[in-house]
Unconditional design. Sequence first.
Length: 106
Amino acid sequence: MLAVIILSPGTNNGQTGGGGDNTIQMNETMETEQNKIENLRVQYDPLLMSIDGVVSVGTGLGKTGRPCLLIGTSIPPEQIRQKLPEELFQVDVELQYMGNIRSQDE
C-alpha cells in the first residue's frame, strides 16, 4: 500500500509545536536582527573596548529572548550607557555588570 501525505504551507499539519509560515518568518526576522547586531559589534568593538569600564562585547539573547548586543561592564552600567555611540541603539543593547575580568593565572 502506498500513502501520500500532502503538506500545505502555513498549516500545522498535525505536528506538535508547529508554527507553519509564522515560525519560518520569526526565524528569518531573528536571523536578520542577529546579523545586524553582529555587523554593529564588529564595527564598534574596538571603540567599545576602549571605553573605561567595558570588559566584554558580544552578541546573544537578551532578557526578552530576542537577539541583542551584550556589553559587560566593570562599573555600574548607567555610567557606561551615556558613553555609547547613538548608532548602537538601532538594535537591542543590554549592559551587564560583570566586575573585573582576570585570567585564572592572576
